[in-house]
Design a protein around this ligand. Sequence first.
Ligand SMILES: Cc1cc2nc3c(=O)[nH]c(=O)nc-3n(C[C@H](O)[C@H](O)[C@H](O)COP(=O)(O)OP(=O)(O)OC[C@H]3O[C@@H](n4cnc5c(N)ncnc54)[C@H](O)[C@@H]3O)c2cc1C
Length: 299
Amino acid sequence: MSENLLDCLVVGAGPAGLTAATYLARFRRHILLADAGASRARWIPASHNCPGFPFGVAGNELLARFRLQADTYGVPQVRTRIIRLERFDGGFIASDGARHWQARTVVLATGVVDRLPAIEGLEQAIANGTVRLCAVCDAYEARDEVIGVLAPAQAAIGHAAFLRTFSRHVFALAADDSPWNEAAQQQARDCGIQLWPGPQRLELIDGACLARSAEGRRLRLDTLYPVLGADAQSDLAAALGASLDHEGALAVDDHLQTSVPGLYAIGDVVSALNQISVAVGHAAIAATAVHRRLPENYC
Ligand SMILES: Cc1cc2nc3c(=O)[nH]c(=O)nc-3n(C[C@H](O)[C@H](O)[C@H](O)COP(=O)(O)OP(=O)(O)OC[C@H]3O[C@@H](n4cnc5c(N)ncnc54)[C@H](O)[C@@H]3O)c2cc1C
C-alpha cells in the first residue's frame, strides 16, 4: 500500500477529468489522474458547438489541448483502468488489479460507452459524418439532409421529432420489430416524420447509409443517428452504494458530490446533458468543492 495519500484521485481523462485535474493542480493539490484511454470525444470528427472554437475542432485535437494544459501544471497521469474502489477511514483505496492508490477524495469522470448498431465500417462512417451519435452536438451540420433515426420503435418518433428542426426529410427507423400503434402513427404524421418499420438491415455505401426493411424496401439516408442508449461507467461508484438514476448514471448534488461523501462525479457519467461544455462546467464546480473540503494547504 502506498504511504503517499493523495488529496484526490481523478479517474478518467476526457474533457471532464482533464479539466478537474488542471483545476486541482492549480489549487496546488497532490493528485493523480488515472485513465483507460477511451474518451468518447475521440470519435468527434469536428465539433462546432465547443465554446472558443468558431471554426470547429476535432475531438482528438481538443483532447490533446486539454492534456497539454494538465501537463503544464504537472498533473501526474497513469494509463490504466481502475477496477476497484473501496472506502477506508481516511478516504478511498483504488486498485487497477496490480497497484493501489489511497486518496482522501475521488472524482469519477469515467463517461459513458455508446451502444452502437452492428454495421460494417461504422468507425469510418462516424469519422465522415454519415453516422452521427449526438443530435444536440451536430444536427445543425446535417440540416436539409435525408436523416434516419434508428431507435427502439416506441422511442424513435420522439428522437426523430428533434431532428425535424433541421430537415423536412426525417425517417424513424425501428430498431426492433414492435409495431407502431395508431396514436404513434398519428404523432408521426403530426410531426412530418416518415415511419420505417424494423428490423433493419443497414449498410454503408458511397458515403450514405442504405436501410433495407424486412419486406426488401430500400431507403438511402445521408445521415443515420443511432439512438440505442449508452452505458454509464458508474460501476465503481455503484459498488460503494452511490445513488444512480434509472439509466445507471450517477446522481449528484449541486457540488457534483455523489451520495457517497468524498466521492464526486462529473461529465457524461452524471445524470445530465452529455456535452463537453457541461463536462468542463462540472469539473470546475467539483474541483473547487474538493479543494474546499480538503485540509488547508497554506504555503
Ligand atoms: C461522435 C460524437 C460526437 C460528439 N460531438 C460533440 C460535440 O460536437 N460537442 C459536444 O459538446 N459534445 C460532443 N460529444 C459528446 C462528448 O464527446 C462527451 O460529452 C464528452 O467526451 C464527455 O466527457 P467526459 O470526460 O465526461 O467522458 P469521456 O470523454 O468519455 O472520458 C471518459 C474517460 O474515462 C476513462 N475511463 C472510464 N472508466 C475508467 C476506469 N474505470 N478507469 C480509468 N479510466 C476510465 C475512459 O477510458 C475515458 O478516457 C460527441 C460524442 C460523440 C460520440
